[in-house]
Design a protein around this ligand. Structure first.
Ligand code: ZN
Length: 370
């Protein structure tokens, strides 16, 4: 223990703030709703820190918010997103609910609780450096409209702290897999399946073989997995299929593996004479590798958690976040600083309040220690 008093964040005020954010439903593709939620986020930071958010306007997506506290170089960057995977109206089915130590509600755990945590941690802190909070509106759909802003903001940073939820059980995330997405389109030739099947080239048969070839590119021991998650093709049972397509999700722990698999997918060759393949897609998120800088950050967080009074473990995950971008440009990045809980993207989504309060105090100390 370092003897500093452990501050207890205001549970009631944090829950009220979280309820306001959850009630502002914000599916990523709905600009009007995402913008209305951004208004609530901006209000929250104005109330807690006295600072007005800078709005990065977007035409096709919700606006992104930047809250800059203090001037100078080498800031600490806190990464949040206020969009959710939940369609409008989900609240009617899954209302905001506090039940003992649990809070439920669409987008509560992933990651509106993280936004509230950041605002309350900053309210009570005296950082030695400037702090920049980004709250973006398109993380759940790949961050195409926020990626440049995130990378530009992070480039000068001494550390990036990502307020995505902790892994179930409370571990912070020091490595995340990267993600690549592809669409494979197969073109064959239609023919009558009864009269002259020999004149056809079955796109479905071609695709079936490609699915197995794709699977063989995986290397689970190295952390590389390939999932063909969607296929469709053909028109009728009595027609040799002229078209088929597949949607493919690739995950990898190392940039070198990404290079290998992406190269191989772009190089796929047809197995049936006359069939044609078209591949589109590529890497969406580079992997967040467990760098020396990230290990140092994790060790600092673990020491500070001990002072607050809880044990902080670390883990890696196959899911991506905006931390993938900042880690890939070489900035020490620590992810999963939001609360413990579970059920992200599922009806069982919930967070645990005691962990949320502990982590708010941890985040406050982390911001002061960096
Ligand atoms: Zn998230």
């Amino acid at each position: 223990m370092d003897g500093t008093l452990v501050q207890r964040p205001d549970r009631t005020a944090m829950l009220a703030a979280l309820e306001r954010l959850v009630l502002a439903e914000s599916p990523s593709f709905d600009k009007a709703r995402c913008d209305a939620c951004a208004d609530q986020v901006a209000d929250l930071f104005r109330q807690r820190t006295g600072v007005s958010a800078l709005r990065h306007r977007r035409h096709d997506r919700g606006d992104h918010l930047e809250i800059r506290i203090g001037d100078g170089a080498e800031p600490i960057v806190l990464l949040c997103h206020h969009d959710t995977v939940w369609p409008e109206g989900t609240l009617a089915r899954l209302p905001f609910q506090v039940d003992g130590d649990r809070v439920r509600g669409p987008g509560s755990y992933d990651m509106k609780a993280g936004i509230v945590e950041a605002a309350f941690a900053l309210e009570g802190s005296s950082p030695k450096r400037p702090v920049v909070v980004l709250s973006t509106s398109d993380e759940e759909i790949g961050s195409a409209s926020s990626r440049a802003l995130i990378e530009e903001t992070a480039r000068q940073a001494v550390a990036v702290l990502v307020l995505e939820p902790a892994a179930s059980g409370g571990a912070i995330k020091t490595a995340r897999k990267g993600i690549a997405d592809f669409i494979l389109e197969v073109e064959g030739r239609a023919a009558h399946a009864g009269v002259e099947p020999e004149k056809g080239i079955s796109a479905i048969e071609e695709l079936a073989q490609q699915v197995l070839a794709l699977k063989a590119l995986g290397d689970p021991a190295a952390g590389t997995t390939i999932n063909v998650g969607v296929i469709d093709g053909g028109t009728r049972p009595n027609v040799v299929a002229a078209h088929a397509r597949a949607e493919i999700d690739v995950r990898f722990t190392r940039a070198s593996e990404a290079e290998r698999v992406v190269g191989a997918i772009n190089d796929l060759q047809p197995k049936l004479a006359g069939a044609r393949l078209r591949v589109s897609g590529g890497v969406d998120r580079p992997p967040m590798e467990r760098s020396a800088g990230t290990i140092r950050l994790a060790q600092l967080a673990q020491r500070l958690a001990g002072e607050v009074g809880f044990a902080l473990t670390e883990t890696s995950t196959g899911g991506g976040s905006d931390g993938n971008f900042t880690a890939a440009i070489g900035v020490a990045t620590l992810d999963g600083l939001g609360p413990d809980g579970g059920g992200a993207h599922a009806d069982s989504e919930h967070l645990l309040i005691a962990s949320w309060l502990d982590r708010t105090e941890l985040l406050r100390r982390l911001i002061e220690a960096l």
